[in-house]
Design a protein around this ligand. Sequence first.
Ligand SMILES: [Zn+2]
Length: 263
Amino acid sequence: MLTFLHIFIIFCMFVIGTLFGSFFSLATYRLPRHQDIIATRSYCTSCKHRLGFFDLIPVLSYLFRGGKCKYCGEKISIRYFLLEVCNGTIFVLFYLIFGYTIKLLIVCLLYAFIFVLIGSYIMKSKMTEEEKKEISLKHKKGVFISELVIAMIIFTIFMASAFILIRNYNKNVNMYIAKSNAISLAVKNIEKALATDYDSLYSFNDNQVVDEINYSITTNVSKYSDVDFTKQDIVKLIDVQVDYMFNGESYEFNLKTLKGKVL
Ligand SMILES: [Zn+2]
């Protein structure tokens, strides 16, 4: 069951990585040109057609369109696709190295910041002299850095919310796993008690560690004759209680049954 969660986080990290890869392409192209990176929708660089929601899905939209622009049929550089896949893989590697910790968030953000910065300078050096002249006439120096900072703040907020969402999901799944373990332990002990001969059936305790959680199982067996009007020792009450700690809180699960004497 924990494996499923592991795969789910790997999938999420890959998606976050591809989203970053997609954002990276956009930011490194627009930042040196002093173009807005938030409000302006992405557009095809050859026909300038604005891209729709489905054109913005990393990796998949490139594959479905066969690497061509939907509007003008112009080939889209495979560089975008590779950047998305590579970043997805890198983010998954970060998760495998650092685990689901605060270190992972810091490493991802640091990586994102450094790469957007380096990428922007590389893209800036690739701009034509005409483009550079046009931009230097329109804009003051220093705007580039402030736009980069805004971009990183937005990316930080996005990453932090994704992390919190996954962490909460992680916590809930682990809680259900802990409870399902408790239920199955209670059922096992009920079965054990029912399989025991009536006369030799007494209370017993057990301790089990499952998925790194310590469960203490108390099986209380009491004669039902105290409440039974016949006052005969022919029915026993089996009361199983499973106690366990999860995330610093104590939980219990209770299961009861009756066992009758074969007369
Ligand atoms: Zn196009």
